[in-house]
Design a protein around this ligand. Structure first.
Ligand code: ISL
Ligand code: CA
Length: 602
């Protein structure tokens, strides 16, 4: 039996048989963590069981997912048209990007009306239809809560900017200028100062992101009450939770002191360390989240690994999970990408995954709408290695410790876009840093473009590649809001659905494999060879049973002697096509991924 046949035809069949081989008759016998009647055992391996710990999440960047009305912009009806695809992929929870009314200065992360759907995405009826259709398929949906800032076109800001004395003035953060203008030296994520002068009193307002994204003043109890009302509005519609945009930034030191040069160089850690962030999140939990069976995941830019427990320890009544970015942003200095080493990357993952505290729970992700494609950053997008490395990264995502968050298009091996000129980028972050870095002469346009090709957020925002048709089946418009990647002719969901050994079908098999093997969800994690420069070899195990995962994260063949503490059992999944009959000395082809039963000898 050659590898190709073995890997695909066997793995799903094996997955269901594994329930009894690896585990006593157990919660997953129903084949799904959500299925009614799943076992009521409240704990596994010392962890309290929760649906969101067992689920696979899938991020949808709505603007680029599926256009249903031919205007070149993805929308809510378009997502609804693709729910059967998502169901067949096997994911459980959809996270949709901000769907609220917005002028789209930052593609929806600048909200003008929290109780209205963005015109480009459709109507409230379209939202209700999408949520109902999602639930009809046994899927769940979380929405993006963006409350560190609003759009400058929000009514609150329109009032606030009328000056002191207006009842909404203190909904935002205003300060008088200093001798050289701005109140302090805080930088904006999107280039330049975080302060903008406005209004009749010569004051400046704070905007950590774009000028059109003024920061809310969370020290004002009226602001907190408004936000909690907005959350109740959407919770009462039946959503299943929130992803919370830059939630650690909501509290600022009211003295707004200048940053030191080192703090400016790492300004997100300053923004993430306000004095009352945890007080406000705990208040939010008491006021809204505690009354619903929902999940929350905080986007924790600027939060160190050591600070994560303060946000997610289940005894604190704050958030359930957090996105911590040290791994995904390894080697990054704002818009620049520098070299990095696999040993350093493994050390970051190991620090989080080997924490034994059962009151904590990780996320695991390799990309999202703010980062380049995971295939380009962590794999090898060359024609020779693209498929193998995409499957290896799928193996990593679905066997690591923590709830996996997939990002649209990664399941078919989409790659960065071949940008060739700065004018092709749409992202407000690019436009802002271009002004700040290139127009001021600090950086050459050539260097800036060479780095943006590696780091720009637009790389992961090009339209989903559904087919080889014009515009990849994303839209009938001849001018989508961002160009379709020309490689959609070869890389698309349609031709992969038809191929049993495609990246898409590998994801499908692995999601099913994870679903029926709690050791991959609740099992302990151990890196068996942390100092190896190209091999990632780790174990997931509980109740003395589990899996050994061996990944060759390099573009060369590696002969790898398994650590002598390891006793691989039956080979369950492999992404390579070669027959494998090697013993403890493995010959791993480039980007070869293997999952064995078993693990440690003793
Ligand atoms: O910009 C980034 C990477 O190039 C990230 O640091 C990102 O800006 C940061 O993590 C905050 O992201 C979130 O808030 C922004 C919005 O632009 C992002 O899309 C959102 O994910 C402001 O709302
Ligand atoms: Ca549309």
């Amino acid at each position: 039996m050659n590898r190709r046949t073995f890997m695909n035809s066997t793995v799903v069949a094996l997955a269901s048989s594994l329930v009894h081989k690896v585990l006593p008759a157990d919660p997953y016998a129903t084949g799904s963590a959500f299925a009614p009647g799943a076992s009521v055992s409240p704990e596994l391996n010392g962890y309290k069981r929760q649906w969101w710990k067992e689920a696979v999440f899938y991020e949808i960047y709505t603007r680029s997912f599926q256009d249903s009305n031919g205007d070149g912009i993805g929308d809510l009806r378009g997502i609804a048209q693709r729910l059967d695809y998502l169901k067949s992929l096997g994911v459980d929870v959809l996270w949709i990007s901000p769907h609220y009314d917005s002028p789209n200065a930052d593609n929806g992360y600048d909200i003008r009306d929290y109780r209205k759907v963005m015109a480009e995405f459709g109507s409230m009826a379209d939202f209700d239809h999408l949520l109902a259709e999602t639930k009809k398929r046994g899927l769940k949906m979380i929405i993006d809560l963006v409350v560190n800032h609003t759009s400058d076109e929000h009514e609150w800001f329109q009032q606030s900017r009328k000056g002191n004395g207006n009842p909404y003035h203190d909904y935002y953060i205003w300060r008088p200028g200093k001798e050289n203008g701005v109140p302090n030296n805080w930088p904006s994520y999107f280039g330049g100062s975080a302060w903008q002068q406005d209004g009749p009193d010569g004051e400046y307002y704070l905007h950590i992101f774009a000028k059109k994204q003024p920061d809310l003043n969370w020290d004002n109890p009226k602001v907190r009450a408004e936000v909690f009302e907005i959350m109740r509005f959407w919770l009462n519609k039946g959503i299943d939770g929130f992803r919370m945009d830059v939630i650690p930034f909501i509290s600022k030191d009211p003295r707004l002191p200048d940053m030191t040069p080192d703090q400016v160089a790492h300004f997100d850690t300053v923004y993430g360390a306000g004095p009352h962030t945890h007080d406000y999140i705990q208040e939010m939990y008491r006021e809204t989240l505690a009354h619903h069976d929902v999940v929350t995941v905080g986007e924790a830019a600027g939060v160190t690994n050591a600070q994560v427990p303060l946000f997610i320890d289940e005894r604190r009544g704050e958030l359930n999970m957090i996105f911590q970015f040290d791994a995904v942003r390894i080697g990054r200095r704002q818009w620049r990408q520098h070299a990095w080493k696999l040993t350093d990357l493994k050390a970051i993952w190991n620090a989080a995954a080997s924490n034994p505290d059962r009151h904590l729970w990780n996320t695991f992700f390799l990309g999202n709408h703010d980062h380049p494609r995971l295939l380009n950053k962590f794999g090898d997008a060359s024609p020779e290695h693209r498929e193998a490395s995409a499957k290896l990264l799928a193996t990593l995502l679905l066997t690591q410790k923590g709830t996996p968050f997939l990002y649209q298009g990664d399941e078919i091996g989409m790659t960065n876009h071949p940008f060739s000129a700065i004018g092709q980028f749409q992202d407000v972050e690019v436009k802002g840093t271009y002004t700040d870095q290139v127009l001021t002469g600090k950086v050459s346009a050539e260097e800036y473009l060479s780095m943006l090709k590696l780091t720009s957020r637009d790389n992961s925002r090009t339209p989903m590649q559904w087919s080889s048709e014009p515009q990849a089946g994303f839209t009938t418009s001849a001018s989508p809001w961002l160009p379709v990647n020309p490689n959609h002719k070869e890389i698309n969901a349609t031709n992969q659905a038809a191929r049993s050994d495609s990246i898409l079908n590998y994801y499908r098999s692995l999601i099913q494999f994870r679903r029926v093997n709690p050791a991959l969800v609740y099992g302990d994690y151990r890196d068996l060879d942390p100092n190896n420069a190209s091999i990632f070899c780790y174990q997931r195990a509980m109740d003395r049973k589990g899996f050994l995962i061996v990944l060759n994260m390099s573009s060369t063949t590696v002969r790898y002697l398994l650590p002598d503490s390891v006793a691989p059992g039956e080979l369950m999944i492999c992404n390579s096509e070669r027959p494998i009959n090697d013993g403890p000395l493995l010959s791993l082809s480039p980007w070869e991924a293997r999952i064995y039963m078993g693990g440690l000898r003793n």
